[in-house]
Design a binder for this molecule. Structure first.
Ligand SMILES: Nc1nc2c(c(=O)[nH]1)N[C@H]1C(S)=C(S)[C@@H](COP(=O)(O)OP(=O)(O)OC[C@H]3O[C@@H](n4cnc5c(=O)[nH]c(N)nc54)[C@H](O)[C@@H]3O)O[C@H]1N2
Ligand SMILES: Nc1nc2c(c(=O)[nH]1)N[C@H]1C(S)=C(S)[C@@H](COP(=O)(O)OP(=O)(O)OC[C@H]3O[C@@H](n4cnc5c(=O)[nH]c(N)nc54)[C@H](O)[C@@H]3O)O[C@H]1N2
Ligand code: SF4
Ligand SMILES: [Mo]
Length: 741
C-alpha cells in the first residue's frame, strides 16, 4: 500500500458522473485513485478512466506552460511564455478589437459540462458587453431539451427516476456505455426483474439488449413513433384524465394533431410493425409509474429534433408520469438546507450587466429563437417568479455553431475577430470540420486563445494555448448548471502543476485587465466556494469533504400542486404558447430527416446506407483519452464502424478491415466491426477520433481529418432544427467501401 500517502476526497471530472474518488498523494504526487465508498451518490464506483488518473496527469504530452504561436497558424512552432505575459497580450488585443468592432466581436467555444464554472464565462461576457456569443455542443446535447422543458413544463423534466420505475423507455440512449453509475441501478433492477424496458434504438446491442421490446426504427423517424404512441393512448383512453384536465393546456389540439399518425401510417414511416407500435404504447401507458430516459440521438437529427422532445413531454404528461416517483421528476434549484440557501450559478452571472440593446446582436437570435434572447425573455418571468432566482443565461443562450463559423468567414452581419475556446475541441466536436478549419485559420480571426490540457488539433490552430488546471488540481463545486437542487463537491488533490490555472482564474484575470476588477473579488475557486456557502452552516473543509450537498428532503414530488407549473398558463403546455409567440408551430409534427431514402431518393441511389455517427463506448470520453500510454487507448486503439454481416458480405468487407465511409461532404476511414446488432440498412461510425501520436502540424493536425465523423455530418442551417439550431449527426446517407492498400 501507499504508506505515508495523504488521501484527498476528490470529485472526478473525466465525465459527467462526477464520482467521488479517494486520491492518494505521496510527496506531492498523485500515486493512486480509488472509489470513495462514502460518497453519497457514486458510493465507491470508479471506472478505468478514473483509475488511470495518475498516468493521465503526468503524461509527457500534457501542457504545463503557456505557449504563444511563433510561426504561421498550424505550423507547430511555439514559444513558451509566462501566464502573466500571455494574459497581458490577450487582454490588450481583445480591448483593441472591442473598441474597433464592438463587444459582440468575441466568440466563445466551450465543451460539454467539463466544470462547474460556466457562470464565470457568462459573468465575464456580460461585463464585457457581449450578448453571449457562445457555441457549445449543448445545442445538440440536452440543453435544447432543457430549453423545451422550460417552455412547456417550466423546469427541467428530462431526468428519469429509475429506482422506482416499473417501465423505462430508453429513447435513443445506451446507458451501459454512457452513464455508468446509472447503469449500476439498471442492472440490479433488471436482474431482479423489477422493471420492463422498451428501447427505441435502431441498434439491438448495449442496454437495448435487455429490452422487453426493442423498437428498431429507421433512424430519424422518432417523432412519428412518439406521435403514434400518443394516437394509440388517446384513442384507447389510456391517458390520465385527472392530470390532463387539471394540469395540462392544449389536449384537444394534441388529439386533433395526432389523428393522422395512426399505427398504420407510423409503421410505414418508421419501418416498425403496426402491432409492436400499439403494444409498446400500451406498455408505456399502463405500467405506471413509467419514465422516459432520453439520449442524445434525437438531439442529433436536425430539422425534426425539437418535435421529438415536444412529443415526449406530451407523453409524460398525458400518462400522468410527470413528477411522480418512478416517472420523470421536475427538478430545479435552489439548494436549501435548514431553510438556508446555497448561492446558485445564475446569481453569479450578472446577466443584467449586459446592455439590453446588445441582445439582438447575439448571432442567429432572430433565426433559432428558443435558445436565444427572444426565448429567454419569454421564460424568464416565470422562472424568476417561481424560484426567486435570476433566470440562468448559462446554456439557455447558445449560438448554433454552424452559424458562428460561417460568420467568422463572411464577416456578415458583423465581424467576429476573436475567439476563446475553453474545454473545447471544435475541430472534433462541431459539424463540418472543413468549415471549422477554414474559420479557425481565417485571417478575419485576429485572436484565437485555447485553454487546454493537451495540444489538441484545435489548439494547434490557436495563437495562444494556456494550460488548464484539472479536477485533480482544483476543488469541485458544481450545481450541474442549475438543473437540480444538488451540488457536487470535491477536494483539490494537488496544487496546479507548472503554470496551470483554473479556468475561473483565466476569466477573472482577463476581466481584471479589461476593467472589471470590482466584480472579481474571489482570487480562486476556493474563495468562490466560501462565498457561495456563506449562507449555509457548513465550513469549506466540510463542504469539499462531503462529495455532494443534498437538500433536506431530496426528492419532493408534485410541488406543482401548490405552486402550479412555471409556464404562462401555470400548466404543462402540451400546446406551447411560448413556441407560438416565437413564431413556431406550438405542437409537434413529423418531418423526414434532411437526408433520407424518402426525402432525397437521388442521393440515396449513390449513398445507400443510413449513417449514425456517435454511439458512446468505454473507455473514451469524447475526444479525450486518446493519448497512448495512459492505459486506455490500448484497450480501444482504432475507430470502429459497426456494420451488419449481410451488408459487409455484399460489400466484400471482413471484420477488422479498414473501410471508407463517404457522404456527399467528405470521406473518412474506420475499421469494420461486424455486428448483428445493427440493422442491415444502417451503419454506425464512432465519433470524436483523432490520433495524438501523429504529427500535430498541418496538414496532419494529429490525424484530425482521417477518421473524424464530423467530416461527414450535415450542418446546412436550412437543415437544422428551426427552433434550436440543432444540426445532423445521425440519420445521414453514406456509402461504405474497402480501403485498398
Ligand atoms: N463512455 C462515454 N460516456 C459518455 C460520453 C462519452 O463520450 N463516452 N459522452 C457523454 C455525453 S456528452 C453524452 S451526450 C451522452 C450520450 O449518451 P447516449 O445518449 O447513450 O448516446 P449514444 O451512445 O451516442 O447514442 C445512443 C443510442 O442512439 C442510437 N441511435 C442512433 N441513431 C438513432 C436515431 O435516429 N433514433 C434513435 N432513437 N436512436 C438512435 C444509437 O444506436 C445508440 O445506441 O454520453 C455521455 N457519456
Ligand atoms: N459526429 C458527431 N459529433 C459529435 C457527437 C456525435 O455523437 N457525433 N456528439 C456531440 C456531443 S453530444 C458532445 S457533448 C460533443 C463533445 O464535445 P466536447 O465536449 O467539446 O468534447 P471534446 O471534443 O472531447 O473536447 C473537450 C476538450 O476539453 C479539454 N478539457 C476537459 N476538461 C477541461 C477543463 O476543465 N478545462 C479546460 N480548459 N479544458 C478541458 C479536453 O482535453 C478536450 O480536448 O461532441 C459532439 N459532437
Ligand atoms: S470517468 Fe469514471 S470514475 Fe470518473 S466520473 Fe466518470 S465514471 Fe466516474
Ligand atoms: Mo453530449
Amino acid at each position: 500500500m501507499n504508506r505515508g500517502a495523504e488521501i484527498k476526497k476528490a470529485g472526478c471530472f473525466f465525465c459527467h458522473n462526477n464520482c467521488g474518488l479517494l486520491v492518494h498523494v505521496k510527496n506531492g504526487r498523485v500515486v493512486k485513485t480509488e472509489g470513495n465508498k462514502e460518497h453519497p451518490i457514486s458510493r465507491g464506483f470508479i471506472c478505468p478512466r478514473g483509475k488511470n488518473a495518475p498516468q493521465w496527469l503526468y503524461h509527457s504530452d500534457q501542457l504545463y506552460y503557456p505557449l504563444k504561436r511563433v510561426g504561421e497558424r498550424g505550423e507547430g512552432k511555439w514559444q513558451k511564455i509566462s501566464y502573466d505575459q500571455a494574459l497581458d497580450e490577450i487582454a490588450e488585443k481583445l480591448g483593441q478589437l472591442k473598441e474597433r468592432y464592438g463587444a459582440e466581436t468575441l466568440l466563445v467555444s466551450e465543451g460539454t459540462y467539463r466544470s462547474g464554472e460556466f457562470w464565470a464565462r457568462s459573468r465575464f461576457l456580460n461585463l464585457f458587453g457581449n450578448p453571449q456569443n457562445v457555441i457549445d455542443p449543448g445545442t445538440i446535447c440536452v440543453l435544447n431539451v432543457y430549453s423545451l422543458n422550460l417552455a412547456m413544463v417550466g423546469a427541467c423534466n428530462f431526468t428519469a427516476n429509475i429506482p422506482r420505475a416499473k417501465c423505462v423507455v430508453l429513447w435513443g440512449v445506451n446507458p451501459k456505455e454512457s452513464m455508468l453509475t446509472r447503469w449500476r441501478i439498471y442492472s440490479t433492477r433488471i436482474r431482479r426483474k423489477e422493471m420492463r424496458i422498451i428501447a427505441v434504438d435502431p441498434r439491438a446491442g448495449g442496454a437495448a439488449s435487455y429490452a422487453d421490446i426493442n423498437l428498431r426504427l429507421r433512424p430519424g423517424t422518432d417523432t412519428a413513433l412518439a406521435l403514434g404512441w400518443i394516437n394509440v393512448i388517446i384513442k384507447e383512453g389510456l391517458y390520465d384524465t385527472e392530470f390532463v384536465e387539471t394540469w395540462t393546456y392544449g389536449f384537444q389540439e394534441v388529439a386533433e394533431r395526432v389523428k393522422e399518425y395512426t399505427p398504420e401510417v407510423v409503421a410505414k414511416i418508421t419501418g416498425l410493425g403496426r402491432d409492436e407500435i400499439i403494444k409498446s404504447a400500451r406498455m408505456y401507458a399502463t405500467s405506471r409509474p413509467a419514465c422516459i430516459e432520453r439520449g442524445v440521438a434525437t438531439d442529433h437529427i436536425g430539422l425534426n429534433s425539437s418535435s421529438v422532445e415536444q412529443a415526449r413531454t406530451i407523453l409524460r404528461a398525458i400518462t400522468g408520469n410527470i413528477d411522480v416517483p418512478g416517472g420523470n421528476p421536475i427538478t430545479y434549484p435552489p439548494l436549501e438546507i435548514g431553510g438556508k440557501r446555497f448561492i446558485q450559478d445564475s446569481e453569479l452571472e450578472l446577466t443584467h450587466k449586459c446592455p439590453v440593446e446588445q441582445r439582438k446582436k447575439q448571432i442567429g437570435s432572430d433565426r433559432f429563437r428558443l435558445m436565444a434572447w427572444p426565448g429567454w425573455e419569454l421564460t424568464a418571468p416565470y422562472y424568476e417568479q417561481h424560484r426567486g432566482l435570476p433566470h440562468p443565461a448559462l446554456h439557455r443562450l447558445l449560438v448554433s455553431a454552424p452559424l458562428a463559423f460561417r460568420q467568422i468567414i463572411s464577416g456578415e452581419p458583423y465581424p467576429i475577430k476573436a475567439m476563446i475556446s475553453w474545454a473545447s475541441n471544435p475541430l472534433i466536436w462541431a459539424p463540418n470540420t472543413k468549415l471549422v478549419q477554414r474559420a479557425l485559420m481565417h485571417p478575419n480571426l485576429e485572436l484565437s486563445v485555447v485553454l487546454e490540457y493537451w495540444m489538441t488539433p484545435s489548439a494547434q490552430l490557436a495563437d495562444y494555448v494556456l494550460p488548464a488546471a484539472s479536477w485533480l488540481e482544483r476543488p469541485l463545486c458544481s450545481s450541474y448548471e442549475d438543473f437540480f437542487n444538488i451540488v457536487w463537491t470535491g477536494e483539490r488533490s494537488v496544487p496546479p502543476l507548472g503554470e496551470r490555472h483554473e479556468d475561473y482564474q483565466f476569466f477573472r484575470e482577463l476581466g481584471i485587465r479589461l476593467g472589471q476588477e470590482e466584480h472579481w473579488p474571489w482570487k480562486d475557486l476556493e474563495e468562490v466556494i466560501k462565498y457561495r456557502i456563506g449562507p449555509l452552516d457548513i465550513s469549506y473543509e466540510e463542504f469539499v469533504d462531503r462529495g455532494a450537498l443534498l437538500p433536506d428532503k431530496r426528492m419532493g414530488f408534485q410541488k406543482y400542486k401548490s405552486t402550479g407549473f412555471a409556464t404562462p398558463t401555470g400548466k404543462v403546455e402540451l400546446y406551447s404558447t411560448i413556441l407560438e409567440k416565437l413564431g413556431y408551430d406550438p405542437l409537434p409534427y413529423y418531418e423526414e430527416p434532411p437526408e433520407s431514402p424518402i426525402r432525397t431518393p437521388d442521393v440515396f441511389k449513390d449513398y445507400p446506407l443510413i449513417l449514425a455517427t456517435g454511439g458512446r463506448f468505454m473507455p473514451m470520453f469524447h475526444s479525450e483519452h486518446r493519448q497512448l500510454g495512459i492505459g486506455l487507448r490500448e484497450k480501444h486503439p482504432d475507430p470502429l464502424l459497426s456494420i451488419h454481416p449481410d451488408t459487409a458480405q455484399r460489400l466484400g468487407i471482413n471484420d477488422g478491415d479498414w473501410v471508407y465511409i463517404e457522404t456527399r461532404r467528405g470521406r473518412i476511414k474506420q475499421r469494420a466491426h461486424i455486428s448483428r446488432d445493427i440493422r442491415p440498412d444502417v451503419v454506425n461510425a464512432e465519433a470524436s477520433w483523432w490520433f495524438p501520436e501523429k504529427s500535430g502540424a498541418l496538414p496532419s493536425l494529429s490525424g484530425a481529418m482521417e477518421s473524424n465523423t464530423n467530416l461527414l455530418t450535415l450542418d446546412d442551417p436550412e437543415m437544422c432544427d428551426p427552433i434550436t439550431g440543432a444540426w445532423c449527426n445521425r440519420a445521414l446517407l453514406c456509402k461504405v467501401y474497402k480501403v485498398n492498400r
